[in-house]
Design a protein around this ligand. Structure first.
Ligand code: TXA
Ligand code: MG
Length: 339
């Protein structure tokens, strides 16, 4: 049985108590964060964490992020907190930043996928923080079946997990819509492992230049440092195609592609920042913040409407656009049309 707790109007202490008890009993609780919904379990309870992997169908070597609510929790998880990590935590926590640090011995192997590092983040969401404070550090991947678009609404979590986890907290739509930025601070040079809700430009203002792991750009060179990068991601059932290039060329190309696919008898959906004529259309908004917030929802909704092909308009790669384009290209399996 799944208990769905409505907190769309804000934190409800009684509901938090119920959810925290589930966590402490080794059960699974899906909860909202400012980025996407997470599928949480007690990070220090190996059996509980194993259930996350089972429920998601997640490969065991893909490590989880441990969510904390207070700076003092960091010492329980990380063996060493380098200077850069301190600076970033002071500036951006709570917030959409995950830091990979050398791990402490009491974090179970299953949580870190057997790595000698642990990924930690303090989410900026009152429900997430209340849940963690009332229980313990919470390991949580995005609350989607492995390979599907991340959930930005409780409905998405219900679609994937209803009847299969103990509790879902409905906190309404998540604000940012793409997952946290992941940065590795466990080795010589700070390295970006995943662009996300905190723009890289902001991080570089605080600690200077950051290396970008080649896998971020889709090149699978060395995946050992963040095994998550090698798996198929964010894919709806429909085939996604991303169109990138100069704005006016993109417009022409998308229109052309819609005609071609329709001529082949396929149902075509378009997701873009301006209106298009297609079988189905999803308006992503016009700012990069709006596009980030709507991205995963658009993929899931167009899929529900039964299209065969989703044509997505590319946006500029700066700010949140870096995360948006990273997710879109993965959703498309790197089927990119240059206009
Ligand atoms: O915004 C988010 O980060 C959301 C919310 C729920 O906090 N969580 C999330 O978790 O996106 P997940 O599991 O979907 O993505 C975690 C990413 C994966 O790419 C994983 O490989 C990487 O973080 N990761 C986790 N631990 C790591 C570690 N020790 N070293 C390198 N990468 C790690
Ligand atoms: Mg995920």
């Amino acid at each position: 049985m799944t208990v769905v707790i409505n907190m769309r109007d804000g934190v409800d202490e009684r509901g938090i108590k119920i959810a925290a008890r589930f966590i402490l009993e080794g059960k699974l609780v899906a909860f909202p964060t400012e980025t996407v919904y997470g599928l949480g379990a007690d990070a220090l309870n190996a059996r509980a964490v194993r259930r996350i992997f089972e429920a998601k169908g997640r490969p065991a070597d893909n490590p989880l992020i441990v969510h904390i609510a207070d700076f003092s929790d960091l010492g329980r998880l990380a063996r060493d907190v380098p200077r850069e990590a301190r600076l970033l935590a002071e500036r951006f926590w709570p917030g959409p930043l995950t830091m990979v640090l050398p791990r402490n011995g009491n974090v179970p192997d299953v949580t870190t996928g057997g790595l000698d590092t642990v990924a930690v983040r303090m989410p900026a969401h009152p429900i997430a923080l209340a849940l963690i404070r009332a229980s313990t550090p919470v390991a949580a991947p995005s609350a989607n079946i492995s390979g599907k678009p991340s959930p930005t609404l409780a409905e998405h979590v219900i679609d994937d997990f209803y009847g299969r986890i103990e509790c879902i907290i409905d906190g309404g739509e998540t604000k940012i819509g793409v997952e946290s930025t992941v940065i590795d601070l466990s080795s010589e040079r700070p390295t970006l492992l995943r662009p996300g809700g905190l723009p890289l430009e902001e991080i570089e203002k605080v600690i200077g230049g950051v290396e970008i792991h080649p896998a971020v750009r889709g090149k699978l060179v060395d995946v050992a440092r963040s095994p998550g990068m090698k798996y198929k991601h964010y894919s709806p059932n429909a085939q996604v195609i991303v169109v990138e290039g100069k704005r006016e060329n993109v417009r022409r190309k998308i229109t052309e592609l819609v005609h071609e696919y329709r001529a082949d008898g396929l149902t075509v959906g378009v997701m873009a920042t301006e209106e298009y004529d297609a079988d189905e259309f999803f308006h992503l908004g016009s700012t990069e913040e709006e596009v980030a917030r709507n991205l995963f929802r658009a993929l899931r909704e167009l899929d529900k409407r039964g299209v065969d092909v989703i044509i997505a308009e590319g946006i500029e790669e700066r700010g949140l656009g870096f995360a948006v384009m990273n997710r879109l290209r993965k959703a498309a399996g790197y089927r990119i049309v240059w206009a």
